[in-house]
Design a protein around this ligand. Structure first.
Ligand SMILES: [Zn+2]
Length: 290
């Protein structure tokens, strides 16, 4: 049994309501549990992101689907949850469709636009039949993600329209955003590009990748200009690592049964919950599940 939903309805509602749904990437059981419980507590819709590397780490897409479906049932999660492939290859997208994901990102941004269009079209058809939402990307996002390095270019609004017109659910357009930590000399988001893309693609919900470290006022402005989905990955990793470090440096793993993984991983788990809560409040998705 699966209670996963496509991201389409939650993102259309977010676009109309001028807020954004967070995509939080998962790496293991603790990550998934922390994100699902926080979404449920805050009555927020949520998207669980899985990169191909994280999928491999978690022993394959079928394992991920089984874990998420089982957890949703056991934890009695009732808010809308989409399980989404992040930056998928064409082959990865097909594998996730078969494994039971409810949402797919095909990242064809590194192909010439003609090839991006051809591959995206094939996936639009496959996803339509199964009611799976599909995210496409134009203009690569800066930084490094699973070995894929982009320069943080700004998308061509005309190319965005070409891809949007294929019938994808949502569109990620590069607007100077970067994966991972932002460098000190970062120029900021290009709202000029975002407005030009929005003008061309009309109602299509837009996706902002690299949500870690973008100043709050820029996040809010991006939402006001049509961004309905914001991806957060690095920030949960940083807060998990910091909380775990504090626990170990305080020697707590050497006190009593502090070495028990259920105790050792608890501060990191709580730190992820706090980060997810902070982001859901910033994005405005709290209370929007109902
Ligand atoms: Zn991304």
């Amino acid at each position: 049994m699966s209670n996963l939903v496509s991201a389409k309805e939650m993102l259309n509602k977010a676009r109309d309501g001028k807020y954004a749904v967070g995509q939080f990437n998962i790496n293991n059981l603790e990550w998934t549990k922390a994100i699902l419980l926080t979404a449920e507590e805050l009555r927020s819709p949520v998207i669980l992101g899985v990169s191909e590397g994280a999928g491999k780490y978690m022993c394959g897409y079928k394992t991920v689907v089984g874990m998420v479906n089982g957890m949703m049932e056991e934890l009695k999660i009732t808010v809308p949850v989409a399980l989404h492939l992040d930056h998928g290859s064409f082959e990865g997208a097909k594998a996730c469709i078969n494994a039971g994901f409810s949402s797919i990102m095909f990242d064809g941004s590194h192909y010439p636009i003609e090839e991006n269009i051809a591959k995206t079209t094939a996936l639009v058809n496959a996803c339509d039949v199964l009611g799976i939402s599909l995210e496409a990307e134009v203009g690569s996002i800066g930084g490094e993600e699973d070995g894929v390095v982009g320069m943080g270019e700004c998308a061509d609004p005309n190319e965005c329209k070409q891809i949007a017109d294929l019938g994808v659910t949502m569109l990620a357009a590069g607007i100077g955003n970067i994966h991972g930590k932002y460098p000190a000399n970062w120029a900021g988001l290009s709202f000029e590009t975002l407005a030009a893309v929005k003008e061309k693609v009309g109602d299509m919900p837009l996706v902002l990748h690299g949500g870690t470290g973008i100043p709050e006022d820029m996040i809010k402005k991006a939402i006001s200009l049509g961004v309905a989905k914001i991806n957060v990955n690095t920030e949960c990793q940083l807060s998990f690592a910091a909380a775990t470090r504090t626990y170990i440096e305080a020697g707590k793993d050497q006190q009593g049964k502090g070495f028990d993984p259920r105790k050792l991983l608890a501060p990191g788990f709580e730190a992820i919950k706090a980060t997810v809560k902070e982001k859901m409040e910033l994005f405005g998705s709290v209370g929007k599940a109902d």
